[in-house]
Design a protein around this ligand. Structure first.
Ligand code: ADE
Ligand code: ZN
Length: 361
């Protein structure tokens, strides 16, 4: 329990969270009410807890898989209409992040989804920016907004999506680019035109959701064809010996979201995540060498995998970043040294500037 208190008290860096996935049922109801918006579908389970004076609380219903989840996620965002809505969404995430010990967050936003519905991109991006920067002032949390190409759209539409982001890159408000949404049947190379356009616009930081419900080969393709330096989820890549070795050797940051993978039936059990193997040096190298060269082999030829632990869509999974840390700790019984490694890697693998990284270390 002393160990668990240590994990609870850690300061965290969140490298993989979607702002849409951080909209709690309470915030959704508040926004729906003031916008006079009636949700067509019932997205919630209701429960009454006697201990809190018979209070009724809503949680999002369970999901069957990634595509089912994405339908609910998109449905929930239909409530968002105004600059104020986006401000509140951004600020409420920062409050939650603060109570989860977060000191730096890199946050995806699906700007194109709103523009396609007729909202002004300025209301989305400037609204969020105001909410985040208020959170930064109040809680000292630094943040970077990341755009993304949405794989449920066509490659051409994704190129248009990059153009939507151009002014916000120029204003210094959107720092990096990701590849999100449905994965199976949508190989990364299909979206190369969008990534090329993003490079033309001046983006320099690229990541991709890969190997979440798609195959290990999509992880390799994201690295080789799109030139990303970070992999989001990467589960099926990590389970593949060759891709695992490559990610490890190249020091690619892999952003794990363990409770998301459970919620979307990507894995059935947290024990399926090879956390021990990701933390340890490559044993194969040392076994091939005489015992007196083992130390040398560790230092020279092998290093552990770079990874971080994140929440993905914390409100929709009802599990925030601390819950993810604690769940991994309980399943894999990590040591303090393991947690310190994960914390340092999350800082080093973030896209914060050098000065901020030094402050956080
Ligand atoms: N967008 C929001 N959450 C996502 C996830 N888990 N996978 C792909 N796209 C997403
Ligand atoms: Zn994600």
């Amino acid at each position: 329990h002393e160990q668990e208190a240590f994990v609870h008290a850690l300061r965290r860096v969140e490298l993989h969270v979607h702002i849409e996935g951080a909209m709690t049922p309470d915030l959704l109801f508040t926004i729906a009410k003031r916008n006079g918006y009636q949700m067509e579908h019932d997205l919630f389970d209701w429960s009454t807890t006697a201990e809190h004076g018979a209070e009724t609380t809503a949680t999002y219903k369970e999901y069957m898989d990634l595509n089912h989840f994405l339908n609910v996620y998109t449905k929930a965002t239909e409530v968002l209409k105004t600059h104020r809505d986006f401000h509140d969404l951004g600020y409420e995430y920062m409050r939650k992040a603060h109570s989860n010990g977060v000191m730096h967050a890199e946050i995806f936003v699906d700007v194109q989804t709103y523009v396609d519905r007729g909202l002004e991109a300025d209301d989305v991006v400037h609204g969020l920016e105001e909410g985040f920067s208020r959170g930064q002032e109040e809680f000292g949390i630094s943040y970077l907004m990341l755009g993304c190409a949405l794989r449920h759209l066509s490659p051409d539409q994704c190129v248009d999506g990059m153009e939507i982001l151009r002014p916000y890159h120029e204003q210094g408000l959107i720092h990096g680019m990701g590849l999100c949404s449905m994965e199976r049947g949508q190989p990364p190379s299909k979206f190369l035109p969008a990534f090329q356009r993003a490079k033309d616009i001046g983006f320099e930081r690229f990541t991709a959701h890969a190997g979440e419900d798609g195959p290990a080969s999509y992880v390799s393709e994201a690295l080789d064809v799109l030139g990303v330096t970070r992999i989001d989820h990467g589960i099926n890549g990590i389970k593949d010996q060759e891709v695992f070795e490559r990610l490890r050797k190249e020091g690619t940051m892999v952003t794990l979201c363990p409770l998301s993978n459970i919620a979307l039936n990507v894995i059935q059990h947290l024990g399926e995540l090879p956390i021990r193997k990701m933390l340890d040096h490559d044993l194969k190298v040392s076994r091939r060498r005489p015992w007196w060269r083992v130390e040398h082999a560790h230092a020279q030829e092998s290093s552990p995998m770079q990874f971080s632990i994140n929440s993905d869509d914390p409100a929709l999974f009802n599990s925030w970043i601390t819950d993810n840390f604690i769940a991994i700790h309980k399943e894999h019984a990590l040591s303090k040294a393991d947690w310190i490694k994960i914390s340092h890697d999350s800082i080093d693998g973030s896209w914060a500037d050098q000065e901020r990284k030094e402050e956080m270390r």
